[in-house]
Design a protein around this ligand. Structure first.
Ligand code: SAH
Length: 399
């Protein structure tokens, strides 16, 4: 990867941080996400669904709650962006099975947007246990199809654009933070983009430099920006615009969970390897690269087509969703000390403000009618519009 990047820089000049992130993470031959399973204790980082089953269960309840609040459509698609090992979707589908009597006449299908061949194979094993052979067509927009353990059809796509535009609930957990960002530094001459160049004195080493003049991505910075360093993620904007259009057209909801801020942080570009911080320019391709999600930018990119809720921190969201009650139920069912300890440790990791409780945030996009009521003709499957509180985002909903 380093040789490839050096060659690229030598032939065309310094590259943007966004180009660097994109190459390092998703280069079709050697990208970090393309070639390996980096999740879990033995990998480079661990995510909430990998820590505790309760996380996915509560998200499953969130989708059912929205499905009920929006009139119990006869069918919906559950779409996940960047499903990792498929653990989160597996936990959600288990809740759907357990609440089969509630969802009994609803036709559900699962749609996974995943560019990594390696991870899509892991997801297929998690979700289908290969009970029914998978259909594969590497060249098609739907590159894999199968049926989950509980009999739900599941399809894999590389791009959100290829997912059918039906009534859908969308989920993105730790997806937006891996999308490439451009970085800008305020200088006396105006905004200058941070680029990556070769260190002149040392062979095989990269360094940050500032572009000598303005670059096109500067258009993404707000005119009244007060920070002196900003990160902008045009790819996130494209995804949010697509999601907003879909929700405005057909109804449904988008739930995004990630670490991030509301337009306040500056330099958040980081590398992680073996659960430790890793210099972003060293040994590219061996570590995860991420940047905090700017939720204020996501809200702006929705362009008023849909309403947004949040960001609200993970501690509050999960508390509102009833995590304490769920923990109590699971503890009550288990006498095994190791299981009990695992449940309590998982709860602490998710909820402790010093761990994931305050660093992670939830953010939702919903049709305007969902929050403000009124007449709507978004979907023939939908009836009985509701303005009941949205679960997780308010205490009232849980009570
Ligand atoms: N949601 C999972 C995994 C997070 S890691 C969890 O929380 O455990 C990021 C995921 O996004 C991986 O599945 C990765 O392969 C996928 N991904 C990264 N860039 C992508 C892109 N441009 N398009 C689709 N998927 C992508």
């Amino acid at each position: 990867m380093l040789r490839h990047l050096m060659y690229k820089i030598k032939s065309t000049g310094p590259i943007t941080v966004a180009e660097y992130m994109k190459e390092v993470l998703t280069n079709p031959a050697k990208g970090y996400y393309v070639c390996r399973d980096m999740l879990g204790e033995k990998g480079d980082f661990i995510t909430s669904p990998e820590i505790s089953q309760i996380f996915g269960e509560l998200l499953g309840i969130w989708f059912i709650s929205e499905w009920i609040a929006t009139g119990k459509s006869v069918a919906f698609q559950l779409v996940e962006l960047g499903p990792g090992r498929g653990t989160l979707m597996g936990d959600i589908l288990r809740v759907f099975s357990q609440l089969g009597s509630v969802l009994k006449n609803c036709d559900i299908s699962v749609h996974l947007v995943e560019m990594s061949q390696k991870l899509s194979e892991v997801q297929a094993v998690t979700l289908t246990e290969e009970k029914v052979p998978l259909e594969r067509d590497a060249g098609a927009p739907v590159y894999m199809k199968g049926v989950t353990k509980s009999g739900v059809p599941v399809s894999w796509y590389r791009d959100l654009q290829d997912v059918p535009k039906g009534y859908s609930f969308y989920l993105a957990h730790e997806f937006f933070d891996v999308l490439p960002v451009h970085k800008f530094q305020k200088t006396p001459q105006g905004w200058r983009e941070v680029l990556i160049d070769i260190e002149p004195q040392v062979s095989d080493k990269l360094r940050f430099v500032l572009a000598p003049c303005a670059t096109p991505a500067e258009a993404f910075i707000q005119h009244d920006e007060t920070r002196d360093h900003v990160e902008v993620c045009p790819d996130a904007g494209v995804v949010i615009q697509e999601l907003s259009q879909r929700i405005a057209l057909t109804g449904g909801a988008v739930l995004i969970a990630d670490y991030g801020h509301d337009g306040t942080k500056t330099d958040t570009f980081r590398g992680f390897c073996g659960h430790k911080l890793h210099d972003v320019l060293t040994a590219p391709g061996t570590a995860d690269l991420t940047a905090d999600v700017d939720f204020s930018y996501l809200r702006r990119m929705a362009q008023g087509k849909v309403a947004s809720l949040g960001p609200i921190n993970q501690h509050t969201f999960l508390q509102n969703m009833g995590i304490d009650v769920r923990l109590k139920v699971l503890l009550g069912k288990s006498d095994e000390p190791s299981t009990r300890q695992q449940l309590l440790q998982g709860y602490d990791m998710l909820m402790n403000p010093k761990k994931m409780g305050e660093r992670f945030n939830f953010f939702a996009l919903l049709p305007h009618q969902r929050l403000h009521g009124g007449r709507h003709h978004m979907n023939e499957c939908q009836s009985k519009p509701s303005t009941s509180p949205v679960a997780g985002f308010s205490e009232l909903a849980w009570r």
